[in-house]
Design a protein around this ligand. Structure first.
Ligand code: PRP
Ligand code: URA
Length: 212
């Protein structure tokens, strides 16, 4: 955790950084972009799930009975549409037992305020850990609103995964949701005048879905 951001975990693993560099490259088209987002999200799951509750179980293995661990939690992954969908595919590859809720939010390009247009969540969201997924944490307005919606729907054990975070967004989450740890592949320098992350990777939704 960087000392100035105690709510942040940055993945410095070279494999994740290698893939992130391809994402930042403006010449990476939407097909490889999508595949890379999926792969990075899958790699990040290992650390994000480290604190999930596990129980010891008996296993009837072919040679002799043994003991093992099984994650004992009703996990819910919640992508923020649109861009969160790309990461969700990678998370579900590794954690297929997770349930998926959906939040639709878009950021007004002028005011940078988030607007919610969809909420589809399991009714027992409080039954286990909830992972909010959105590749870009810029001003933090969308993530903060999304976390507020999850809390209102009953979630108590919350964390967030993104790909690129701006210091402004990390600080906003610390202020509005002090109990939430943010996991990111990169902490970038700053926001530009239009609220884009610098150096960032551009508009994640457009690059993911080929709508540039
Ligand atoms: C992007 C991104 C976040 C938000 C981040 O979504 O995926 O949801 O912006 O910005 P913020 O931290 O300043 O709120 P966008 O609004 O572009 O919607 P899209 O994914 O549908 O393109
Ligand atoms: N949303 C994006 O997709 N990219 C940014 O840099 C900021 C917000």
């Amino acid at each position: 955790m960087p000392p100035e951001h105690p709510n942040l975990v940055v993945f410095d693993h070279p494999l994740i950084q290698h893939k992130l560099s391809w994402l930042r490259d403006r010449h990476t088209g939407y097909r490889p972009f999508r595949a890379l987002v999926t792969q990075i999200a899958g790699l990040m799951v290992y650390e994000v799930t480290r604190s999930f509750p596990a129980v010891e179980i008996d296993i009837d293995s072919p040679l002799e009975p043994t003991r093992g661990l099984r994650i004992n939690a009703k996990i819910t992954v919640v992508p923020v549409l649109r861009a969160g969908l790309g990461m969700t595919a990678g998370i579900l590859d590794v954690m297929p037992e997770a349930r998926v809720g959906h939040l639709g939010l878009y950021r007004d390009e002028e005011t940078l305020e988030p607007h919610a247009y969809l909420e589809r969540l399991p009714s027992d969201l409080g039954a286990g850990p909830v992972v909010l997924v959105d590749p870009m944490l810029a001003t933090g307005g969308s993530a903060s609103a999304a976390l507020g919606m999850l809390r209102k729907a009953g979630a108590t054990d919350l964390r967030m995964i993104c790909l690129v975070a701006a210091p402004e967004g990390v600080e906003r989450i610390r202020r509005d949701h002090p109990d939430v740890t943010v996991y990111t592949a990169a902490l970038d320098r700053q926001l530009d005048g239009r609220g884009y992350i610098l150096p960032g990777l551009g508009d994640a939704g457009d690059r993911l879905f080929g709508t540039e």
